[in-house]
Write a protein that binds this ligand. Structure first.
Ligand SMILES: Nc1ncnc2c1ncn2[C@@H]1O[C@H](COP(=O)(O)OP(=O)(O)OP(=O)(O)O)[C@@H](O)[C@H]1O
Length: 327
């Protein structure tokens, strides 16, 4: 049976308005997400990867329409989220939740664990009685591995890993369809990272969730994702199913990124050739002409510096935007 699309993003562009330098000068627009498109099927996990500043978090927040200057289409259950009124958008957010990177900072220190987890229920299911809410909170605490005695405690009493479980419980308590995980394990110790990934995989299965998993850590993305989107300077340079892209990266940027990722097997790690990229990504305020990766690309030729490469099919389940991709 064909998988159903849950979220379809078409030509999404998100800009930030930066204050102008002079009184009479117009504000400067920084394009953080540039013409991004993808289709996310129900039940799948899409990993979004790329270096710091490439627009991963902005893309995640744009999908929830948390930012102001957005163009394009975000198709969710047949409707373009960018066309919804604020009230309609608030209602839609019941089915789309987000988990943040810094678990402790993302929890209100004045609220108890029980109140934190119950908060989305008070917003989205106001008709629930206090007893029903409590029951739902206890049930979800069990599902994420928090013992019931923790319900009256405060966030600062918890370790990072436990705090992230609270954040996850808050995100899933309304039984959403989509969860955007924005670097959910980056702030945690490696041993705890594994536990949180295992928990997300369990919840995905139990609750039939679809996930967007944002991370700069490719080994973590590979553990959980079905599909992957590689961003560079706000643009998708390569996309496809995880296995194909990880095994045959076509775009030079993906190849460089993957070549720097840690490999647990020391023998394989020794065999691999590391591609060292020169310099840093350019500022999105001054994007290069042509292919955005061309100033750092060892394969770049004249056309790359003048023309933007189109996104092309590489092999089944993979597309990339490069004039010199490996096929
Ligand atoms: N509120 C903001 N105002 C202005 N510019 C912003 C704002 N938030 C992000 N940016 C800029 O947008 C671009 C994309 O940032 P974003 O945080 O989405 O990248 P990222 O890939 O998530 O990076 P990181 O992994 O470091 O979180 C960057 O150039 C960043 O400086």
């Amino acid at each position: 049976m064909a998988e159903r699309s849950l979220l379809r993003v078409e030509n999404l562009t998100t800009q930030f308005e930066l204050p102008s330098k002079g009184f009479f000068k117009p504000p400067v627009m920084l394009t953080a997400v540039n013409n991004v498109s993808f289709d996310l099927k129900e039940g799948r996990t899409l990993g979004i990867v790329g270096e710091s500043g490439c627009g991963k978090s902005t893309l995640g927040r744009s999908i929830l329409r948390l930012l102001r200057s957005q163009k394009g289409r975000i198709l969710w259950q047949g409707r373009n989220l960018l066309d919804l009124s604020d009230e309609e958008m608030r209602a839609a957010r019941r089915d789309m939740q987000i988990i943040f990177q810094d678990p402790i900072a993302s929890l209100d220190p004045r609220m108890t664990v029980g109140d934190i987890i119950a908060e989305p229920l008070t917003v989205f299911e106001p008709k629930l009685s206090r007893a029903q809410r409590l029951e739902r909170v206890r049930e979800i605490m069990g599902a994420v591995g928090l013992v019931p005695e923790m319900i009256n405690r405060y966030p600062h009493e918890f370790s990072g890993g436990q705090a992230q479980r609270i954040g996850i419980a808050r995100a899933v308590v309304t039984r959403p369809k989509l969860i955007i995980c924005d670097e959910p394990v980056s702030a945690l110790d490696v041993s705890i990272q594994g536990q949180v990934i295992t928990l997300l995989r369990k919840l995905r299965k139990e609750f039939g969730l679809t996930l967007i998993f944002i991370s700069h850590d490719l080994s973590v993305v590979r553990l959980i994702s079905d599909d992957v989107l590689v961003l560079y300077l706000g643009k998708v340079v390569e996309a496809g199913d995880c296995q194909t892209v990880f095994e045959h990266p076509a775009h030079p940027y993906t190849q460089a990124l993957f070549s720097a990722a840690p490999i647990p097997d020391p023998k394989l790690a020794r065999q691999r050739t590391r591609i060292r990229l020169q310099g840093d990504p350019p500022s999105p305020l001054f994007p290069p002409k042509g292919c955005v990766f061309s100033p750092r690309c060892w394969k770049a030729t004249d056309i790359c510096r003048t023309e933007m490469p189109p996104t092309e099919h590489v092999r089944p389940g993979q597309a990339a935007a490069c004039y010199h991709m490996d096929r």
